[in-house]
Every structure is written in structure tokens, then in C-alpha cells.
Design a protein around this ligand. Sequence first.
Ligand code: IMP
Ligand code: MG
Length: 201
Amino acid sequence: MSDTSARRIDPEGTPSPHDVMTLGGQRFVPMISPQDIAVAIDRIAGDLTLRHFRSVPILLGVLSGAAPFHADLARRLEFPLELDYIRVSSYRGGIAPSGEMTIAAHPSTQMAGRNVIVVDDIVDTGGTLRMLVDYVVDRGASLVETAALLYKPGADTRGALPDYVGFHIPDVFVVGYGLDYHGLGRNLPGVMRWEGALEQE
Ligand code: IMP
Ligand code: MG
């Protein structure tokens, strides 16, 4: 596990009104800045480089949420690797978790004998990552590692701790940098946390 230096995020303080973003009638406030995300990705890239610079790994991004993280991470890895993608249909859209998960789009790379790094946006229950590790192992990968930008606290008891973690965050709903609320917010450059429903006038 190389996530020991991942920062723990404790949201506090009252953001100024112009920092508040409204998505689908819900209020979101800044939690992790684009600059802090860049620093975390540099750290993860350094750890991945030490381990994989000679292995020509497959960096497997989990669509759609991990797309920005996957792309930014890939550009910081200055050694030969392949990029691929997988789409999981566990997508819940809202705030509450749901159960069932299937593979909606398969990767095209042959994984037999390869090192595969599964890259996801956030680990909540850990169910998605656990399923993806099994999937990659079933396809014959010789080594599977996992990277997640965000890690929520319940995950260590209910699921697998990723090998590389950007930030440990409290159990709050977040959007931005790939993460969405009903399809919205993925394009935000930083991570914002849910603060409550919009007040009625
Ligand atoms: P898990 O299988 O419970 O670990 O959930 C992982 C997936 O749930 C992530 O890849 C996200 O797509 C989604 N998810 C979990 N927490 C959040 C959140 O706070 N905001 C947006 N999506 C989330
Ligand atoms: Mg996801």
C-alpha cells in the first residue's frame, strides 16, 4: 500500500456565496482545489513510476467518472504504457448507493500476462473496485493494482483499500473532476461537496 501520504480532507469553514455551485437543485461547495489535485496526482505518478517504469502496464480507466483523473495521471507517467477503458453500469446518478453492477463496455487490450492498473474516481463501498479486480484477474493479468483519487472512510471495512489514493475524504457526497450528480458536475476542475438542497424562495 503506498497511500500513506494521502491527505485527509476535513471540510470546515463557511465558503463565500460566490463559491457555492448549484446542480439539479442541490448546493455544492469547494472541497479540493485543482491545485491540490495536481499535487496528489504527481505523488501517485511518482509511486507508479517506481513500480511500473519497466513493466509496460495497462492503465485501465473506469468510465465515465475516472476520465479526468485517468487522463491527467497518464500524462504524468513518462514511461511506456497502454491506455484502456472499461464502463461499469453500477452508475447510480443520485446520492444513495445501489447494488447491481455489470460491465457495460469491455476493454479491448489483451490482458494476459500484463500488469494492469485500475484507475477509478472514488472508492465508496469498494464494490466496484473489487469487481473490477476480479474481472482483470479473470482475463489473465499477472498483476493488478488499483488507484483512486478519492477514498471514503467506510471503504476499508467493506471493500478493498486501493494501492494508490489521492485523498481520504469524509463520507460526504461529492461532485467535480469526473464525479457527477445526475450527470452534472463532471467538468468542474476541483472537487465540491454536497451542502444541502437549494432553499426555496
Ligand atoms: P463503490 O462501488 O461503492 O465503491 O462506488 C464507487 C462508484 O460510485 C464511483 O466510481 C462513483 O461512480 C460512485 N460514487 C460513489 N460516491 C460518490 C460521490 O460522492 N459522488 C459521485 N459519485 C460517487
Ligand atoms: Mg465510477
